[in-house]
Design a protein around this ligand. Structure first.
Ligand code: G1P
Length: 297
């Protein structure tokens, strides 16, 4: 029987060095697209998919994340007194239920697979989701919800997938495709960050996963893989070798790589333009900037 997915792991232990000096004192997950931190987008997506328990794998220097999810009674009281109902609603929408969040520390940066493994006891013997907050996905139906619906049909392990330019395969987990059914593919093997000439395809794993509990067992036994780290990709590939099902899911939506500066800027522009309250002024500004640049060329 397929069990409901109610737990999600958010690996947020990374140092975020690509965003230094900002990340010297702010976790990268608190960096803001328009007015919401990256982590809020991930949480909202998980909630939409029916997730009830949120497991953060953190590290030193990430306490701002815990504060972010705490309720803010003084601030709420002030806004109430000032009659700022809209702001109050915005603030309250970020409140999490008591007991819904767990934090566990990854003491050593040993890779994504190791970070996920740190949540082993909290996950127990249930299928679970993993969300990488660097991958922000704008979609009519949130990506993880699309995947949960697909999982209700197929069961097994499902990874979000997207075609990337062949020269970019070395930045991703890459799928070796068995049967291609359009939005779903069966996966024969997975390779972490292969060079273009060694990649089995250009269908890349994007940071959304639905995984069976056995992945945790595999992680317990794993040796270091690509980049000298314990790789989640390798633990999923191990399931295929054990004869278990792994699917790639071509989600509907636009993905932004907010782990890179260019991707973060693109997301800022896209999310800014999508906001009714900002669209007019912002699109006019962009048009003017573009015209100025053209004239200067
Ligand atoms: C991780 C995974 C990789 C996946 C990518 C998606 O890599 O290891 O398989 O394709 O996320 O964003 P990272 O970007 O953390 O190096």
């Amino acid at each position: 029987m397929k069990r409901k997915i109610t737990k999600a792991i958010f690996p947020v232990a990374g140092l975020g060095t690509r965003f230094l000096p900002a990340t010297k004192s702010i976790p990268k997950e608190i960096l803001t697209l328009v007015d919401r931190p990256l982590i809020q987008y991930a949480i909202d997506e998980a909630r939409a998919a029916g997730i009830k328990e949120f497991i953060f794998v953190t590290a030193r220097g990430k306490s701002a994340l815990e504060d972010y999810f705490d309720h803010a009674p003084e601030l709420e009281a002030t806004l109430r007194k000032q009659g700022k109902k809209e702001l109050l609603d915005t603030l309250k929408a970020t409140n999490m239920d008591s007991g819904a969040i767990a934090y566990i520390r990854q003491h050593k940066a040993m890779g994504l697979g190791h970070a996920v493994w740190c949540a082993k006891r909290l996950v127990g013997n249930e299928p679970f989701a993993v969300i990488l907050t660097d991958d922000v996905i704008a979609a009519e139906k949130p990506c993880l919800q699309q995947m949960v619906e697909a999982y209700a049909e197929t069961g097994g392990n499902i990874v979000a997938a997207m075609e990337v330019p062949p020269e970019k395969t070395s930045a991703y987990g890459i799928l070796d495709i068995g049967e291609d059914m359009g939005s779903m593919v069966t996966v024969k093997n997975m390779v972490e960050k292969p060079k273009a000439e060694e990649a089995p395809s250009n269908l890349a794993v994007i940071g959304r996963y639905i995984l069976t509990p056995n992945i945790m067992q595999n992680l317990s036994r794993l040796k270091k893989g690509a980049g000298g780290e314990i790789q989640l990709t390798d633990a999923i590939a191990e399931e295929i070798r054990r004869g278990e099902k792994v699917y790639g899911f071509r989600f509907r939506g636009q993905r932004f790589d907010c782990g890179s500066k260019a991707g973060f800027l693109q997301a800022t522009v896209a999310f800014g333009l999508a906001r009714e309250d900002l669209n007019g002024e912002f699109s006019q500004f962009l048009a003017e900037m573009t015209a100025l640049r053209r004239a200067a060329e």
